[in-house]
Design a binder for this molecule. Structure first.
Ligand SMILES: Nc1ncnc2c1ncn2[C@@H]1O[C@H](COP(=O)(O)OP(=O)(O)OP(=O)(O)O)[C@@H](O)[C@H]1O
Length: 376
């Protein structure tokens, strides 16, 4: 656990970067720091590994005052990942990752073996080991940055806008990878971002800062979205915060009903007024058969309207989106192998979306002191 207690940081030029910060970052959780530019997120992060020292207040890591710890020793237990990875350009990928184990006195062979293992952990092919950073895509470089930070197996990982410079598709992949890694590694992660969607996706807790280094609210994503502390937080979360809340629930317990299906290799029945889902021989949904069309021949040869099947692990937000986009007003549900398990009507999704929102707003607040006053 990392605990900030009444921490201030004032730079010699008079700028107050962090003001009276009291915040607890739980062990094994991802705490995300968000807020507009210049509100003190990076300074807060850098105080944890003593790249910046506070002007006043205390910071403890695992119960130990970090100002009393040896800075070099402290940093060995704290991995650091920055935007654009910050790799050494003239070293191979393997040597970039092996740098820390080498510094820790591991022999070259052991350090490289550990680096090769980490390449695999972060999902990079073994043949990237011999390449140089400029021969990798931005997303791949970012993965190397994460591997390098993990090399000494630190219990704490500080990540400063690590995915800020990659395109949205790669960014989503990197976020998924981080969540997967975190399930295995269970690190205490402090993650800085400007992007509220990224914060909601990754954070166990989200701390919202405003200019002048003030912490406004720190709460789990659902609580933050359902009950922003003030207008500043509500504005920061954006007009779609109700929809964002739906991204936190899945559609697993939404009831389903049997679908009317026709196999692609069977003749499309003529004269039916309801929507039929064309499925493969294995039972995978292929598309909706338009009731207005009068197909002849196999259903699979008819012009089909698109279907985007959802799994139980998909979010209620995806279900809502699909319920609006589906020409049939039905969402098709599949199991892990992609086989159809039934359909759910648009109305059921809308009703559940409303219920989920009401429940989040009505949920009792946890018995903790408000952010910024005592431990947040
Ligand atoms: N070394 C420094 N000397 C003087 N002022 C500094 C220094 N480092 C940061 N600041 C100022 O402290 C404030 C907080 O900076 P910080 O980098 O922590 O913000 P941030 O929220 O991470 O911003 P961004 O999202 O733009 O990275 C800013 O006003 C910044 O200009």
């Amino acid at each position: 656990m990392i605990k900030f207690d009444a921490v201030n940081k004032r730079f010699p030029n008079g700028t107050t970067a962090v003001h009276e910060l009291s915040l607890t970052m739980p062990e094994g959780g991802i705490t995300v720091l968000v807020g507009s530019s210049g509100c003190g997120k990076t300074t807060t992060l850098r105080m944890i590994n003593r790249m910046v020292d506070p002007s006043s207040g205390t910071i403890t890591l695992g119960g130990r005052n970090i100002l009393e710890a040896d800075a070099a020793e402290l940093r060995r237990g704290v991995g650091y990942v920055i935007q654009q990875a910050g790799l050494f350009p003239h070293r191979t990928i393997l040597d970039n990752i092996a740098t820390v184990p080498l510094l820790l006195g591991h022999g070259r062979k052991r350090a490289r073996a550990r680096a090769a293992e980490l390449l695999e952990t972060v999902g990079l092919p073994a043949d990237t080991a011999k390449r140089y950073p400029h021969q990798l895509s931005g997303g791949q470089q970012q993965r190397v940055g994460v591997a390098r930070a993990l090399a000494a197996d630190p219990p704490v990982l500080l990540m400063d806008e690590p995915f800020g410079a990659v395109d949205p598709v790669v960014r989503a992949q990197l976020q998924d990878e981080l969540l997967r890694l975190q399930q295995e590694l269970n690190k205490t992660i402090v993650f800085v971002t400007h992007d509220i969607d990224e914060a909601v996706r990754l954070g166990d807790r989200i701390a919202v800062f405003r200019t002048g280094g003030h912490l406004v609210q720190c709460a789990p994503p659902a609580e933050l979205l359902a009950r922003p502390a003030d207008d500043f937080v509500a504005d920061f979360l954006g007009a779609e915060r109700g929809l964002k809340l739906l991204s936190l629930s899945t559609l697993a317990d939404l009831p389903r009903q049997p679908a009317t299906t026709v196999r692609a290799d069977e003749p499309a029945p003529a004269g039916r007024a309801d929507w039929q889902l064309v499925v493969s021989a294995k039972g995978e949904p292929l598309g909706w058969l338009d009731p207005a069309a009068a197909p002849s021949g196999p259903a699979g040869d008819a012009p089909l309207l698109p279907v985007r099947p959802l799994r139980d692990t998909d979010s209620l937000l995806s279900a809502l989106n699909e319920s609006v986009a589906s020409p049939a007003g039905l969402i098709a549900r599949v199991d892990d192998t992609g086989v159809l398990t039934g359909v759910t009507a648009r109305e059921a999704v809308h009703a559940r979306a409303g219920d989920a929102h009401t429940a989040a707003v009505a949920a009792p607040l946890p018995a903790t002191a408000p952010a910024g006053k005592g431990s947040a």
